[in-house]
Design a protein around this ligand. Structure first.
Ligand SMILES: *Cc1c(COP(=O)(O)O)cnc(C)c1O
Length: 261
């Protein structure tokens, strides 16, 4: 990762400047997403911008919410839960508008507490985690939306489920869902997520995004589930991802340009 997450504000400007820059960045990113969507025959509303707030603390994150970003992504579940708590206790009105997105690796022992916030979990990278989310969601009578993170880059070191294991995972989850006896609780898989290999340029990333879309189409055929969501694309490659059908882009550093040290 280009920039390490920080637990406190490391801002390179005054809070006043930070507010203005984040607002400007948000509107620039929205314009670019809108343009990329139009070029692939879609509208801005069909691509959700998840603002990745892992680089900053809750107060700076709030500036992003004020700018209009209501989908917030965190890669550490603890940070997500802490921020959600901060918003609930100090910014109740903002808190009600926020949808939380868990985008980084999730350990099974964090599942029980996390799902109470009904986040969208992008980073389900193993069957064990999927099973745990499903089990806990049923126990808490919650419907939890999840995406399966797949490794489409073919590199050993990358995160995500090996692509060849996707089919088996979907097949067994379909059985689990059918035997749960309810459609209103459990883990509901609504699509796939991927990260392009580190250091790859947008042109190298595009075939990986295209592979994820093809895999989604296959899983759709296999399960009969809609699987509308494709979470792919970050600051460096989101235009390429949108061209390949991304419905969610996870953007961090572009939104904090000129703000972080
Ligand atoms: C940090 C992170 C992002 C955002 O990356 P930027 O390059 O800062 O836009 C997206 N997805 C995941 C999983 C991340 O950890």
């Amino acid at each position: 990762m280009a920039v390490e997450p920080v637990g406190f504000p490391q801002i390179a400007c005054t809070p006043h400047e930070a507010r203005a820059r984040i607002k400007e960045n948000w509107s620039r990113v929205c314009d670019e997403v809108s343009l990329a969507a139009a070029q692939s025959g879609r509208s801005f509303g069909e691509v959700r911008v998840v603002g990745v707030s892992k680089y900053v603390d809750a107060e700076i994150t709030n500036l992003l919410v004020e700018a209009g970003c209501h989908d917030l992504g965190e890669n550490r579940p603890q940070a997500l839960m802490q921020k959600a708590k901060w918003f609930e206790s100090t910014q109740a009105e903002q808190a009600s508008k926020i949808r939380w997105h868990q985008i980084g690796h999730l350990q099974r022992n964090k599942v029980r507490r996390l799902i109470g916030l009904q986040p969208l979990i992008h980073s389900v990278d193993s069957e064990r985690v999927l099973e745990e989310i499903h089990r806990e969601a049923l126990a808490q009578s919650l419907l939890v939306e999840v995406l399966i993170e797949v490794n489409v880059s073919g590199e050993e070191a990358k995160t995500g489920l090996p692509a060849e294991q996707t089919s088996g995972l979907f097949e067994r989850h379909a059985t689990r869902v059918a035997s749960a006896g309810t459609q209103d609780a459990g883990a509901r898989v609504t699509g796939l997520m991927a990260m392009a290999g580190w250091g790859t340029d947008p042109q190298a990333a595009q075939p990986q995004f295209s592979r994820l879309r093809e895999l989604r189409d296959q899983m759709r055929g296999q399960t009969g589930w809609e699987l509308p969501e494709l979470s792919m694309g970050m600051s460096g490659d989101y235009q390429a991802a949108i061209a390949e059908g991304a419905t969610m882009v996870r953007i961090g550093s572009s939104l904090f340009r000129g703000v972080l040290k």
